[in-house]
Design a protein around this ligand. Structure first.
Ligand SMILES: *Cc1c(COP(=O)(O)O)cnc(C)c1O
Length: 402
């Protein structure tokens, strides 16, 4: 048994995250970046090259390699995942007064950009198989609007939560039937794929007109802060580059032909990102190993374990379980028990329909998201979580039920 990173073949990082990354009193963190020698080398190279800002060789190399990895024609690096979604919505024509459908059960970063555009989110509940946007509710709403002669949403934003791909075929079918473009929020699902059906072999984020990713510190691969837009559409890609660089017209002195954004990723951050991308398969394998270990260790407990769905290759970005509905004790009691034992567990998100800025947004369903929030929590699953710490998580969870 080793006390340090338990990932075979990993660049040796030991315990060398940011000082204090393990949290107060040796708490096992929920998810921390896995930064090693390769990352150090590329970032140093960026520093020494003098290209530290939003122009530089690492940015274009990161974009090229990212597009290659997920199988999209273009990739445009952005300052954050939220910025990527904001630009993605603008690219698809979202503006003041439009409706945009979005998953109700997701992180707020999915929906804030809809508000930035002056549009109105229409929140659609999750289904219980993948915990993602319910295709039945979506189809019913789009069909209802068509029958009533109401305006359709400008975009349907499909989120793949917790590294779990959505049930994409019926979602896309409903959107195509009504001519509505799909934007995928793949912020949490880099590395996840479909393995059967129409999208077999495809990565999340590459099925819709536009896909968006995040490289925030807690995501499976990080640039410190960053995001990516992917698309197969040449015109959308060109316009994404234009809008993220202050809408500057190339080769003309300070001419900006529309209101743009300073949303480009820096070369420093891209150096970090390129190293992380080269290690992505290692990270996905580590998440799988941890998920399998936990699944086996909890198989006899009354917990609902993360979805394992045929045809979907999830990454288990955050390994999340649900308290049994029939257990008299609540999720908070479970969370308190784990926290007391130094296990950095965290509740799943409060659904968007219950968030103050979105209380007036139309919502279809909502009970599934309420249940996921009320019963769900995520367990520590950093890609370099040691064997010993995994064992501590297992014993801490088991002791709640014994
Ligand atoms: C992290 C996240 C975002 C936002 O990404 P940032 O890089 O933090 O701006 C958006 N959507 C989802 C689902 C996320 O998890």
């Amino acid at each position: 048994m080793t006390a340090t990173g338990g990932v075979p073949g990993a660049v040796p990082t030991g315990e060398a995250h940011a000082p204090g990354a393990r949290g107060p009193k040796g708490t096992i963190p929920l998810a921390v970046p896995n930064i090693g020698e390769l990352e150090r080398r590329y970032v140093l190279e960026a520093v020494e090259s003098g290209f530290v800002s939003s122009v530089g060789p690492f940015v274009s190399e990161f974009e090229r390699r990212f597009a290659e990895k997920v199988g999209s024609k273009h990739a445009i690096a952005c300052a954050t995942g939220t910025a990527a979604i904001h630009i993605g919505l603008i690219l698809l024509g979202v503006g003041r007064g439009d409706d945009v459908v979005c998953s109700d059960f997701t992180f707020v970063g999915s929906v804030n950009p809809i508000a930035y555009c002056g549009a109105r989110p229409v929140l659609v509940d999750a289904e219980t198989t993948t915990w993602n946007l319910d295709p039945v509710l979506l189809a019913a709403e789009l069909d209802r609007r068509a029958a009533a002669g109401e305006a359709q949403p400008k975009v349907v934003e499909i989120v793949h939560v917790l590294g779990q791909p959505a049930d994409m075929e019926p979602l896309v079918d409903a959107c195509e039937r009504h001519g509505i473009p799909v934007l995928e929020d793949a912020a949490e699902s880099l590395g996840a794929t479909w393995t059967a059906g129409r999208y077999a072999g495809r990565h999340t984020g590459t099925v819709g007109r536009i896909g968006c990713f995040s490289f925030n510190g807690n995501k499976i691969a990080t640039t410190g802060g960053g995001g990516m837009i992917v698309t197969d559409d040449d015109d959308l890609a060109a316009r994404a580059r234009h809008l993220t660089t202050q809408a500057k017209v190339p080769d003309v002195g300070y001419l900006h032909d529309e209101v743009g954004y300073n949303y480009r990723l820096t070369n420093l951050a891209a150096g970090l990102g390129l190293a992380q991308l080269e290690r992505l398969d290692e990270f996905v394998a580590a998440k799988h190993r941890i998920a399998t270990r936990y699944d086996e260790a909890f198989a006899d407990l009354p917990l609902v374990l993360p979805p394992r769905v045929d045809g979907l290759a999830a990454t288990y970005w955050l390994y999340s379980v649900l308290m049994p509905a029939e257990d008299g004790r609540g999720r908070d009691e479970f969370l308190g028990h784990l926290t007391g034992l130094g296990v950095g567990a965290r509740a799943l998100w409060r659904p968007l329909h219950a968030q103050p800025p979105f209380l007036t947004a139309p919502v279809l369903g909502g009970a599934v998201g309420d249940g996921l929030f009320g019963r769900g929590l995520s367990l520590p699953c950093a890609t370099d979580l040691s064997e010993a710490d995994q064992e501590r998580v297992v014993l801490s969870v088991r002791s709640f039920f014994s």
